[in-house]
Design a protein. Structure first.
Lengths: 307, 247
């Protein structure tokens, strides 16, 4: 049975603003690590707020752990862990006090489920008497995760846990999630960082309140329409400006130290044609090769189709 | 203006016995796009605050746009632009009002405000949105407007503190087009980011570790030096050596 389901969920925050969610449906299997991948304003937080029973949808139904989010909100609240995007613990309580507070709130003790949070809590334990408001971003993030886990939830909802966090700490955080998954906890996590998508079992790409696609990262990459090429040259920005002028170009954009591009009609437009055209424009040392797209390429392809 | 936009020698900020910024030295050329990287807590924000004239260094020397960070903080503030993802525009003012407000703060005359405002709105194609509250605009538009407002007074340098956090991939690239345009027009761009692909777009990059600058070069040279395929790998190699507690 699916642990989380959403069916045709829509939500609007007012008449004069575009809807936050439009007819969103997806489901998460028991024990799955599921990622909601999309930029700010995509509707990720609204989905979390509906699933954690903090917000009512306008249309559609949703269930968590077999409970309906409207009828059985009480049951849901005691079996989920939720880490909102904004730090929401008590700033004037210490690390230890916050943890005990949340354990008590859920009718349990820190000791009862200590094994689950041990690895994470030990990293902040040396500062357990420090007030939460005085902690650095990384420590706040770890404490919030401990508090969301202290009652051993069936489902863990993490809203952008790695936003604004540096690349090294982000990697560590994902390693923690893999360990929690092994404990059998179903995890729904959102992120604006496309490179984190590959760390999830299945993902939903989401933009302006609509799901663009749902599948495993590998299948989403396999479904990329057409061929993608990487173009290299010493003067990347000039190359980008010129390549965009090329007639047969469908899309061309910067990707790290290369340009990624696709052609409108692969039968007619091809790499050799582009290369000689670029040479006539005075570019030297240009090389091109076909590459496997990553999730960000797939996202860009999907969003430009939508436009 | 061939002189350096930023000159920094042994710049240090100490809080008690904690060296938030520990003797950093570097120069940034006029018109250069300079990426200022480092893990959370490495000292980037503290360094940036000193360079923007918001905090006095403990020791060392630095000049920004030709002005001394100890003695000429107000001159620095007038000659730089600043934008961050966290704070940029007033959501409850319209597009036009934000332009007037920031332009006014940066010292533009009424006549300049009108001209620059029109020019900016046309350039961004926001004629229809000029009278709309900024809060009702999509994030990508806000970011582009915030950047344009931060350089409305043609500063010599613009400081961008994680300008593209949370922005969708297409808008993120459009934002970088604006950065390149600004650099082409001679404005120095000093930018922090957690997106390592964006590090590749910079002319040169510095990486801070525990308050020091442990690496500074072009992306290509850094990758060669660390035998890495991407800036991501370079960053891991450096940030892993950090001794300070995470963040």
């Amino acid at each position: 049975m699916d642990t989380v389901t959403l069916q045709n969920v829509s939500k609007s925050y007012g008449k004069n603003v575009p809807p936050a969610l439009q007819d969103v449906s997806f489901s998460v299997k028991k024990g799955e690590l599921f990622g909601l991948i999309g930029p700010d304003g995509a509707g990720k937080s609204t989905i979390f707020r509906i699933l954690t029973t903090l917000l009512l949808s306008d249309k559609g139904t949703a269930t968590v752990a077999g409970y309906d989010v409207v009828k059985n909100y009480h049951e849901i609240r005691s079996c989920v862990g939720y880490m909102p995007g904004k730090f929401s613990l008590y700033q004037d309580l210490t690390i230890e006090e916050n943890l005990h507070f949340f354990a008590t709130l859920f009718g349990t003790t820190v000791e009862a489920n200590y094994a689950l949070i041990k690895d994470i809590y030990e990293q902040i334990a040396p500062f357990k008497d420090r007030r939460a408001g005085k902690l650095s971003g990384g420590m706040k993030q770890k404490l919030a995760l401990c508090c969301a886990l202290v009652h051993r939830p069936e489902v863990l909802f993490l809203d952008e846990p790695t936003t604004g966090v540096d690349a090294v700490s982000r990697k560590e955080f994902w390693e923690m999630l893999q360990r929690l998954k092994q404990e059998g906890i179903t995890i729904v996590v959102s992120t604006p960082y496309m490179d984190e998508a590959s760390l999830c079992e299945r993902i939903a790409l989401i933009q302006t309140g609509q799901i663009l696609s749902i599948d495993t990262p590998a299948n989403i990459i396999k479904a990329y329409p057409g061929k993608l090429y990487a173009l290299r040259a010493p003067k990347v920005y000039l190359l980008l400006k010129d390549t965009r002028q090329y007639e047969g170009m469908a899309q061309c954009y910067a990707a790290g130290d290369t340009l990624h591009l696709s052609f409108k009609d692969e039968a007619k437009d091809h790499p050799a044609g582009l290369l000689s055209w670029l040479e006539s424009k005075g570019h030297k040392g240009v090389s091109i090769e076909e590459i496997t797209p990553d999730i960000e390429d797939c996202f860009i392809a999907k969003t430009s189709i939508h436009e | 203006m061939s002189e350096k936009a930023i000159v920094c020698k042994d710049l240090t900020k100490r809080f008690g016995d904690f060296f938030a910024v520990n003797h950093i030295s570097f120069d940034v050329d006029q018109g250069e796009i300079f990426g200022f990287l480092g893990a959370n807590g490495a000292g980037k924000t503290t360094a940036m605050r000193m360079l923007c004239g918001l905090s006095y260094p403990t020791s060392g020397e630095a000049s920004v746009a030709g002005y001394n960070v100890f003695k000429q903080q107000e001159d620095i503030k007038r000659n730089i632009g600043y934008m961050s993802q966290k704070f940029s525009l007033y959501e409850s003012l319209t597009v036009r009002e934000n332009i007037r407000f920031y332009g006014g703060v940066y010292g533009l005359s009424d006549k300049q405000l009108k001209e620059k405002g029109d020019e900016l709105i046309t350039k961004l194609g926001m004629e229809k949105e000029a009278k709309m509250m900024v809060g009702s605009l999509p994030l990508g538009w806000k970011q582009k407007l915030a950047f344009s407002v931060a350089i409305i007074h043609q500063p010599r340098i613009v400081f961008l503190d994680e300008p593209t956090g949370g922005v969708d991939p297409v808008t993120r690239r459009q934002f970088w087009d604006l950065i390149y345009d600004a650099a082409d027009s001679g404005i120095t761009v000093f930018v922090t980011t957690h997106y390592m692909d964006e590090a590749e777009y910079c002319n040169r990059i510095s990486v801070m570790v525990d308050g020091r600058i442990d690496a500074l070069d072009t992306p290509a040279n850094l990758k060669q030096q660390f035998e890495a395929a991407s800036m991501n790998e370079v960053f891991y190699a450096l940030a892993r050596t950090a001794k300070r507690s995470a963040d």
